[in-house]
Design a protein around this ligand. Structure first.
Ligand code: COI
Length: 364
């Protein structure tokens, strides 16, 4: 892999969106990072180029067999002006785990992190700074070989795009309503559930539409074999506070190993709050709720951060969690995580990496 990162300057820069109405994933910055892979050259030709359409052959493997992986990360602007990334090494490691499952050649994690930092540095004026806002970073890799045989591609493209974002659910104070899906399944062990790949999200869309038609925000997936054990939510991992203990489904091969999930477990351990990764039956959860023992439910994710869950519906039963509002632990986790991420709180666990400014070479 070459160690140079070329920079191709845009003729004109865009007008930035109104920071009051960012939404999630609707605006994109002036530049993106691109790299190519070929069997002869490996990953090569890292370049920061103006954001824009890419050209692919209609027979490119990504269009037919879905050979694709992606990541989600965020850059934050601290009050003292520093630009911070949250645990980027975890995302790069997971990207390679996803690549391994999808038979995509591994990336050089340190080099791609450096290239992402360079891109973020160039785009630092796009990082919004109101509470709950950040610059969302979406790295992805696609199979580009023009070939209709079902076979791993021999060429790939890595692209990283940036999007200034607000809260994923629009209003983080308003707890989300979750529908426990008992018809469709997302993943089974041995499949691709643990990988961050588009196919898992494609498989979720039908159920997501069904949940929305019924007035819910997201789906809670059950295990794909027995339909008894909770796994994850559409765009988040899930946690339950039950009778003083915090439970989250154990990683079993069909659940995404979330970076925020891991961070929440580590924060809880750091605070001495009992936290268990285990098999959690939906029946038991609903029983606990009937006995008023289900104190809080929240989702975790890079996009969602900490998203309190106010209602859960399973078959013909609907439960309201606590008083339907954000619980104290969810609130503390949200404030601690966002405090660390934006440099307001001390980074005791050493999670933040600063993007340092340096001159970027101009190739043309
Ligand atoms: C993230 O939290 O970064 C994700 O990738 C979830 C998403 C599909 C919006």
């Amino acid at each position: 892999m070459g160690q140079q990162i070329a920079f191709h300057k845009a003729d004109q820069l865009k007008v930035k969106p109104d920071p009051e109405h960012l939404g999630f994933g609707r605006h994109f910055t002036d530049y993106m990072l691109e790299m190519d892979y070929s069997v002869d050259d490996g990953w090569h030709d890292a370049r920061i180029v103006p954001y824009g359409p890419i050209t692919l052959q209609p027979a490119a493997t990504v269009f037919h067999y879905g050979q694709e992986v992606f990541e989600g990360m965020k850059a934050y602007r601290a009050e003292d002006g520093r630009i911070l990334l949250f645990r980027p090494e975890m995302n790069m490691r997971r990207m390679n785990q996803s690549c391994a499952r999808l038979n995509i050649p591994a990336i050089d994690e340190a080099f791609v992190t450096e290239a992402i930092m360079k891109l973020v540095d160039i785009e630092k004026d796009w990082i919004p700074s109101k509470p709950g806002q950040s610059l969302y970073i979406r790295p992805f890799i696609i199979g580009t070989e023009s070939f209709l045989g079902v076979h791993p591609a021999e060429s790939y493209k890595l692209i990283v795009i940036l999007s200034p974002v607000g809260a994923y659910f629009g209003d983080t104070v308003n707890p989300v309503k979750i529908y426990v899906e008992d018809e469709y399944v997302r993943a089974v062990r041995g499949g691709i559930g643990f990988a961050k790949t588009g196919g898992n999200y494609a498989a979720s869309l039908k159920a997501q539409s069904k949940a929305e038609e019924l007035g819910f925000d997201q789906v809670l997936w059950l295990d794909g074999v027995e339909h008894k054990y909770v796994e994850e939510v559409g765009s988040m991992n899930i946690f339950f506070k039950v009778d003083g203990e915090v439970w989250t489904p154990a990683l079993n091969g069909s659940i995404l190993p979330g970076v925020t999930r891991d961070s929440v477990i580590r924060l809880l351990q750091h605070w001495g709050v009992p936290v268990k990764e285990k098999k959690i039956s939906v029946k038991k959860l609903f029983k606990k709720a009937e006995k008023q023992k289900l104190e809080e439910v929240f989702g975790t994710g890079t996009a969602a951060v900490i998203s309190p869950v106010g209602f859960l519906k399973w078959e013909d039963r609907l439960i309201r969690v606590g008083n339907g509002e954000i619980g104290p632990l969810s609130k503390k986790l949200y404030e601690t995580l966002t405090g660390i991420q934006t440099g307001r709180l001390e980074d005791e666990l050493g999670w933040m990496q600063e993007v340092s400014s340096e001159e970027t070479a101009v190739a043309d």
